[in-house]
Design a protein around this ligand. Structure first.
Ligand SMILES: C[S@@+](CC[C@H](N)C(=O)[O-])C[C@H]1O[C@@H](n2cnc3c(N)ncnc32)[C@H](O)[C@@H]1O
Length: 259
């Protein structure tokens, strides 16, 4: 049976790759990526798994920084795009991060899972697999859209007038409701030109507690947690300076465990 989430990413692969444009959106570049890079630390010579690598721009980035990277993604079309882009020291696999049985236990020094956990139904399984494939003392760094302020999920900005300079509507305040109601919801992404992606995308709203508990119950201990702010002083990010857009967590596999 075809996995419906896999089909969505297949159908949206080209639009997604164009949106990412080998560098990420302004939100990625100026809010999320600097934080993820800080938490990952020095990757030189390290074996890094990019779990849910998309079109692979972060795999390529960390390979350029000296990591030996494996990118895994459920979308064959996205992995084909990864392979078509010039890169070194990189392996790519089509695979489901909820069952990484093609990877041996204790293989990687670090796992990066950037903006993927909110797209999968199997959070517990993925965290268990990350724990299994990490070496003792290895690190997991994952990011999600902040579950408390996710405007695709339980929250919404109450909007004001459009700002003439930034062309964005001013955010008046952020309202949240039904936060405890964990659920799947669809969202239609837009291309840079403002056109809709071919298919809606499924997202999973979970509470902060579910994420953090899932990490701890998988055997990790949490070493860092960040709600990154924009690193540039630009009016475009006026709303993102008031409320965190992303949440980034670093978790470690203890050094004393044998699995
Ligand atoms: C929002 S994109 C993030 C891609 C990349 N990490 C980035 O930061 O650009 C989510 C990615 O997760 C992939 N994905 C969704 N479910 C997956 C699964 N179960 N196993 C592996 N990849 C999955 C999608 O195909 C997509 O490439």
């Amino acid at each position: 049976m075809v996995n419906p989430i896999e089909s969505q990413w297949e159908a949206n692969s080209q639009a997604f790759a164009e949106l990412i444009d080998q560098k990420g959106t302004p939100h990625h570049q100026h809010i999320l990526n600097p934080c993820v890079e800080k938490l990952l630390g020095d990757v030189k010579g390290k074996l890094l798994l990019d779990a849910g690598c998309g079109e692979g721009y972060l795999s390529r980035h960390y390979a350029r920084k000296g990591a030996i990277v494996t990118g895994v993604d459920i979308s064959n079309a996205l992995i084909e795009i990864c392979k078509s882009l010039p890169s070194e020291k990189l392996n790519y696999h089509v695979g489901n991060i909820c069952n990484l049985d093609f990877i041996a236990d204790r293989t990687y020094d670090a796992v990066l899972c950037n903006l993927v956990l909110l797209n999968i139904p199997c959070l517990k399984e993925a965290l268990g697999e990350f724990y299994r494939v990490l070496k003792p003392d290895g690190s997991l760094v994952f990011s999600i859209v902040h579950p408390s302020f996710n405007f695709y999920g339980p929250g919404k900005w109450e909007m004001g007038e459009r700002d003439i300079d930034t062309k964005r509507r001013k955010g008046l305040f952020f309202k949240v409701d039904q936060y405890f109601d964990e659920r799947i919801y669809d969202h239609i992404w837009k291309t840079r030109a403002g056109d809709s992606f071919p298919q809606p995308m499924s997202f999973f709203h979970r509470t902060l507690t579910t994420y953090i508990r899932g990490v701890i119950e998988s055997g990790f201990f949490i070493s860092e947690i960040e709600e990154p702010k924009p690193v540039v002083d630009d009016d475009f990010f006026e709303r993102e300076r008031r409320i965190p857009f992303f949440l980034v967590v670093k978790a470690r596999k203890p050094s004393f465990k044998s699995t």
